[in-house]
Ligand binder design. Structure first.
Ligand code: SF4
Ligand code: SF4
Length: 442
């Protein structure tokens, strides 16, 4: 087991860690497939409102590759199809029946994937709605099925500091995970399995497969950071990644012919300690977070992720919801208060010296200002970028310079935006730059 260290470390103590217990939520009335958390997809609908669907019925496909389908995680009727600006598909909502009727996909009768044609495996995963589990660097678009990845990184931890504990989310599926490793060998001989150091104790049998241990400092377990630390050639920039949970789903689909429907999620909010929750894929956000006050912001990550509406549904890649109160008023004389619980990377507050839990709210405490070259963003970036330099190159439309400064290594972790005293949305600016360049090249 090798150790991966990141030089720029930042640790923040939050309100409450999710509890280590696991509860099953009551049956949901609706589920949905969201198109909002699938990067670069150009969806083409295959259903219309009121159509009956089974669990596994394709709802839409990707126009860029019509073989890649996205399927229903429940049985019932298409209740509504929600569009956003410029008729961009947001989600397809299914009103659930109280029984499951599965589409039966073709299944393999053993887990000896090495002996099956690779094309067969790809075709079954694409038809069964799970090819999207494989993401390809540097953009993290859905993997190109014609490529042979130089390396596949399997991440046992989710994207957020408080994503579900792998021991809880995957604990009983060690055998399926082992089959998953055989599956990955069909694509490349170089498989990296990374885990956070503080998760090792809970991994049980899965621990023996971990090849690289990363620190518990966000976002060192992100597959992009792992790739940045391990890559030795330019070709490795086209490696793939997959989460351990998705790898297990892929094996379940291939061995049973049934689309897997459950997943484990966590919720964090100030002064609250929720357990891990077993839900159906695409469950309603309000079923997961429970009661909330007006003026509350819900995001799918502490530092990155998207803002979600309580009436929407959780996405395929999302395993965490973060609930933050929206406090519009500034604290009077906050600049002379000690700031025991102020979440900040700056040394101005006492909170930087003590490990008391920090309280998050939506207040920016100021407006965007010009960059003051303080260097905070550079000191915090896990992949050693100088985000302010990249931002300035993008602002002057010099994409070559931005790429030269390492734009494609950015893992969109959100830390640079979090620490910037000038309130510059660096992550958003870099993300837009990457997306525009990638779409242009396609
Ligand atoms: S989002 Fe900012 S801090 Fe995170 S990797 Fe990108 S440039 Fe670095
Ligand atoms: S943290 Fe903000 S103000 Fe400081 S160098 Fe980076 S972009 Fe400029």
């Amino acid at each position: 087991m090798e150790k991966i260290e990141i030089s720029n470390r930042f640790k923040l103590t939050y309100g409450r860690m999710p509890d280590a217990s696991l509860i099953q939520l009551p049956a949901h009335k609706t589920v949905a497939v969201s198109a909002m958390d699938i990067p670069y997809i150009r969806p083409k609908l295959l259903v219309k409102e009121n159509d009956p669907v089974k669990t596994g019925t394709p709802l839409f496909f990707d126009k860029r590759n019509s073989a890649i389908q996205y399927v229903s995680p429940g049985t019932g009727k298409v209740q509504k199809i929600v569009f956003g600006e410029r008729r961009r598909l947001k989600e397809v909502v299914i009103a659930l029946d109280n029984r499951d009727d599965f589409v039966r996909f073709e299944a393999f009768d053993s887990d000896q994937f090495e002996t099956f044609p690779k094309a067969d495996i790809i075709q079954r995963l694409q038809k069964g709605g799970l090819w999207q589990c494989f993401r390809e660097f540097p953009s993290r678009d859905t993997a190109d099925d014609t490529h042979t990845p130089p390396m596949i990184i399997v991440s046992l931890n989710g994207n957020d500091p408080y994503s579900p504990e792998p021991g809880i989310a995957l604990g009983k599926n060690a055998a399926l995970f082992e089959s998953g490793l055989k599956l990955l060998k069909c694509f490349t001989p170089k498989i990296i399995i990374s885990a956070r150091s503080d998760s090792l104790a809970t991994l049980g049998k899965l621990k023996q497969h971990v090849t690289h241990v990363v620190s518990d400092t966000y976002p060192s377990w992100d597959p992009g950071v792992v790739l940045y630390k391990l890559k030795t050639s330019v070709a490795e920039n086209q490696s793939w990644c997959i989460s351990a949970e998705h790898l297990i789903w892929a094996v379940q689909l291939l061995l049973t012919g049934q689309y897997p429907v459950t997943k484990v999620v966590t919720v964090t909010r100030n002064q609250d300690k929720k357990p891990h929750m077993l839900i159906r894929q695409g469950a309603p956000v309000k079923d997961i977070i429970g009661q909330i006050k007006a003026n509350t912001l819900i995001t799918t990550g502490q530092f990155n992720g998207r803002q979600v509406d309580p009436d929407s549904h959780i996405g395929f890649f999302e395993t965490h919801l973060n609930v933050i109160p929206d406090i519009p008023n500034e604290n009077m004389f906050s600049f002379i208060r000690p700031g025991f619980s102020t979440p900040s990377a700056s040394k101005t507050f006492i909170s930087s010296l003590i490990r008391t839990p920090k309280k998050f709210d939506c207040n920016l405490h100021g407006e965007e200002r010009a960059c003051i070259n303080c260097g905070y963003c550079t000191r915090i970036c896990p992949v050693d970028l100088a985000p302010s330099f990249v931002m300035k190159a993008l602002a002057s439309d010099d994409i070559e310079d931005a790429l030269g400064y390492g734009l494609w290594d950015c893992v969109r972790c959100g830390l640079c935006s979090f620490v910037c005293p000038s309130k510059i949305e660096l992550t958003q600016i870099l993300s837009k730059g990457m997306d525009a360049y990638y779409k242009d090249k396609q």
